[in-house]
Design a protein. Sequence first.
Length: 236
Amino acid sequence: GETCFWSHTRMNALTKIFNSTARYAPLTHSALRTGAVSLLLQRRNLRINPTVSRSDYWAGRREFRYSSDDVTQWKQQYPVLQRYNETELEEWRKAFDAVDYQHDGKISAAELMKHGEFSNDKLHIIRQHDLDHNNALDFGEFADAMFTIDLETLKEDFSGFDPTDVKMEFDKYAMCPPGQHEAAIDMEGVRRLMHDHYFTVVTDTDARRLFALMDTDGDGKIDMEDFKTFLFFHRK
C-alpha cells in the first residue's frame, strides 16, 4: 500500500495544481477527488459560499452578544447542553438565533426549510428530536437535532464512492503517528472533516463526540477500517 508520506505529498501537490488554475474559490483537500466534487455538491444542494460553515453563514447575517448569565440559564433550562463550555454554547446559540426568525425561542421545520441545505428527507430527524411534541425545536433540541443531521449528511456525502475515492478521502485527514506505519485520523483531523463537510457548529466537544462514533473498535484511533465501518455500516 501507499506510505503516509506519499499520500499526503500527492494530495498537497494536486491541491496546489488545482487551486492555481481554479476560476473560483480554491478547493480544500476534501473536495479534490475524482468525479466526487460535483457529486458532493449536488447531494448537499448547497446554496451558500462553500468556504464557510453553516453557522458562519447564518450568524454572519446578524450580530449576537451573550452574557455568562445567558449561558447559565441555557444550561439550567436544557440539561443536554451541559456538555458544552461557555464559548461552545455561544457558538451553538448563534446558529440557533440566526434561524429563529420569530425570536420566540423555538424553530419550526418551516424555518429550517428556508435554508437550501435542508431537505424533506431530514424532517424525520427534526420530529425525533422534538421531545415535547410542540412541532418546534427549542435550543437544546436544536443542537442535538443538527448534530444528528450533520452525521447523516456526512455519510450521504460518501454514497456511491468507490474504494479509491474513500481511501483518498481518508488520506486527507489521516496522519502517521511517530514510530508507527499505519495512518489514523486524530482529533484535529476530525475537526477538519467537520469543517469541510459543513457541520452546523464545530466545537471540541462535538469533535470528541464524532471521534468516539468513528472509532468503531474503541481502540482510541480512527484507522481506515474504522472510517469505512462508520461511513457504510453504521447507518440507521
